[in-house]
Design a protein around this ligand. Structure first.
Ligand SMILES: Nc1nc2c(ncn2[C@@H]2O[C@H](COP(=O)(O)OP(=O)(O)OP(=O)(O)O)[C@@H](O)[C@H]2O)c(=O)[nH]1
Ligand SMILES: [Mg+2]
Length: 407
């Protein structure tokens, strides 16, 4: 019995010794007072307690010597560009359910451009935006955010449309497997983007817009104010990608355009880009269009009598519902006929992606100095299905150096 008690005593002593050794070793290497004080949420930057300012980012050498997670924090001073701002806004048409795809687009635009310029962002919807959509997008945008509901009369069948005829067309297009051919909402969307977004009360405050869609990407830093560039260089409309439209979606669009130009010849300007959209001086349309999911443009031009007459005339022709006219050819034909050639700008320096096409700037020097992450091999510009080479030719512009390698 006495032997057992002795063993028990040894075991208790050994345990106490191990616990003491553990405490001594863990407190001797890092004095507890050196740990930064964290306030609240763990994602917050560790603050310098004397100034309450975020800790400065560490240099590479410091990182190596401390062997702790780099403490760059999320409160770096704002990298705001100086100078005047233009009267401009981003604009996005979206459903509440597009929230995360829009969040991705905003993050790209903010990181590459808007964190320096802090332009506003208008969100438009035929339905309602929920609390989460508003909370998330407001947190992501560095400018003011505004949310607008589209009035019913801008997102419904006009009374001059024969709904049975429109329904029959949708059935036929479904059978022919034409993309979005059977969709009613897609048609309202195309009509809205063609003729109404720039007249929404929230948009009336602005002169310039940059259109953004869900899940788009920017691949290069943009170091200057693109809106100011447009104004200073007398540009009214711009693009990054161009291509040929699906013929089946616009069989009579060109007839409607010709009808418009015969009624309103005064709206067609001299020195326009007819050559870009027609190979035979306007007899037929070659289906070239600017890809309008990206646009930086002038709202006053879209609100002008010329454009409104154009849209109204096309609307009465019925092709938004009896065919499936897209806002891309509608905007593009308007820009090509009602703007002077020099008023349309190709942004080679805005590296852009919307499924399935990429515009990756031609020219390695530019790509490196602007931290571009796109693969030049993905650049669509010099592909046979793009209309951008034709744009260069029609405008007498020299193609960027190195374009041959990307063909
Ligand atoms: N509020 C609202 N927005 C819509 C609706 N349909 C499309 N949109 C928006 O309109 C824009 C164009 O629609 P998309 O679905 O992207 O059309 P798309 O670019 O031709 O086709 P994708 O290849 O699918 O992107 C996007 O900004 C959409 O979020 C709709 O029914 N309601
Ligand atoms: Mg899209």
């Amino acid at each position: 019995m006495a032997g057992q008690q002795r063993y028990l005593r040894y075991i208790v002593f050994a345990l106490i010794a191990i616990i003491l050794l553990f405490f001594i070793s863990s407190s001797s290497s890092v004095p507890s007072a050196q740990w930064p004080t964290y306030k609240g949420d763990q994602s917050q930057t560790a603050a310098d307690p004397s100034t309450n300012k975020p800790a400065a980012p560490q240099t590479g050498a410091e990182k190596e010597s401390t062997a702790t997670t780099p403490n760059t924090g999320n409160q770096l001073p704002p990298a705001t560009a100086g100078g005047e701002r233009m009267n401009a806004t981003f604009v996005t048409l979206a459903r509440d359910s597009d929230i995360w795809e829009i969040a991705e687009s905003i993050r790209h635009i903010e990181d590459r451009f808007n964190r320096k310029f802090n332009y506003d962002w208008v969100f438009l919807n035929d339905g309602d935006f929920g609390e989460e959509f508003i909370k998330v997008t407001t947190a992501l945008v560095s400018g003011k955010t505004k949310y607008g509901k589209i009035p019913k009369e801008h997102w419904s069948f006009p009374d001059f449309i024969d709904q049975d005829r429109a329904a029959k067309v949708r059935e036929e297009m479904k059978e022919k497997k034409i993309i979005y051919g059977d969709s009613v909402s897609y048609r309202h969307m195309c009509r809205y983007e063609s003729g109404f977004f720039f007249r929404h009360p929230l948009m009336l405050d602005y002169e310039w817009y940059w259109r953004v869609e869900p899940s788009v990407k920017l691949f290069c830093d943009i170091e200057y104010d693109t809106f100011k560039f447009m104004a200073e260089n007398k540009k009214k409309y711009s693009f990054t990608l161009s291509l040929y439209e699906y013929v089946e979606t616009i069989p009579t669009l060109w007839d409607a355009v010709k009808n418009f130009t015969s009624v309103y010849p005064q709206h067609v300007v001299e020195g326009n880009s007819m050559k870009w959209i027609s190979e035979d001086d306007g007899k037929t349309y070659n289906h070239c269009h600017f890809w309008s999911n990206f646009e930086i443009g002038n709202l006053n031009w879209l609100r002008s009598d010329a454009y409104i007459d154009y849209f109204t005339s096309l609307d009465y022709a019925g092709g938004f519902f009896y065919e499936r006219w897209g806002d891309a050819p509608v905007h593009s034909i308007a820009a090509a006929l009602m703007l002077k050639k020099e008023e349309i700008h190709f942004f080679n320096d805005i590296a852009y992606y919307h499924v399935p096409f990429t515009h990756c700037p031609t020219g390695e020097e530019y790509r490196l100095s602007h931290k571009c992450s796109c693969n030049p091999k993905d650049n669509f510009d010099w592909n046979g299905y793009s209309c951008t080479a034709r744009f260069f030719e029609v405008n007498g512009m020299e193609k960027p150096a190195g374009y041959e390698k990307e063909q």
